[in-house]
Design a protein around this ligand. Sequence first.
Ligand code: KIV
Length: 276
Amino acid sequence: MSTVTTASASREHRITVRSLASRKGRGEPFTMLTTYDFTFARIFDEAGVDVLLVGDSLANVVQGCDTTLPVTLDEMTYHTRMVCRGVRRALVVADMPFGSFQVGPEDALRSAIQLIKEGGANAVKLEGGVDVADSIRRIVSAKIPVMAHVGLTPQSVNEMGGYRVQGRGDEGRHRVIEDALAVEAAGAFAVVLEGIPKELGREITQRLSIPTIGIGAGVHCDAQVLVMHDLLGLNDWTPSFVKQYASLGQQASKAARNYIDEVANRKFPDEEHSYT
Ligand code: KIV
């Protein structure tokens, strides 16, 4: 009996696409962080981050690639599985990598099924607006929740000619609004707004009934997302919209240098760290 009560109590605390929708209704911002492995999934989940995104930024911060284009669907699935093992409360969203949905809606659905069935994700994310609306519709028709991503879409780096702020000027603004309206109409449960002026972030957030999740899109979005390496200070360089909440890169380097020094001077392992 007590097992049943405990299980249902913990289920109530699990974040769902519905609970995120009601957060928008109540005007309560929520948080999303990218995560790529078990250890950080456990830390962020226990800290109370609402959504863990296995982002295709994995290509940059884990694999060391210049763009997000090379990461594969199988690699995303593998990392999604690790993240899911560390999570009890957060919603896990797996990014659909470049090449896994562009061929068409059936291809997109097959890729989404892999991330849910083999990766264990609760939802998938894909980049694009009007151009991917049919794929979103197809995935949603299979009861898989879809998070959309408009504005600066890193998978379009070659078309954009670099990572440029989007939605400036009348035409740019109109394009991002059309994309956001199209993904909502196609059934997305939330949309990431990346790299757009904050007033456009406000306007889209007001016009949509689904939550907006901003990254470089200002304070008026319903939620915020950061790449974990930026948050923790693990990257050499971060864009200007990023706030660094820790300096783990410096701390890790200092720890490694102390370790090298103590080994060289036979200070480690000392008595306390040796078996007798
Ligand atoms: O892959 C990623 O990290 C993302 C976030 C920037 C939203 O898509």
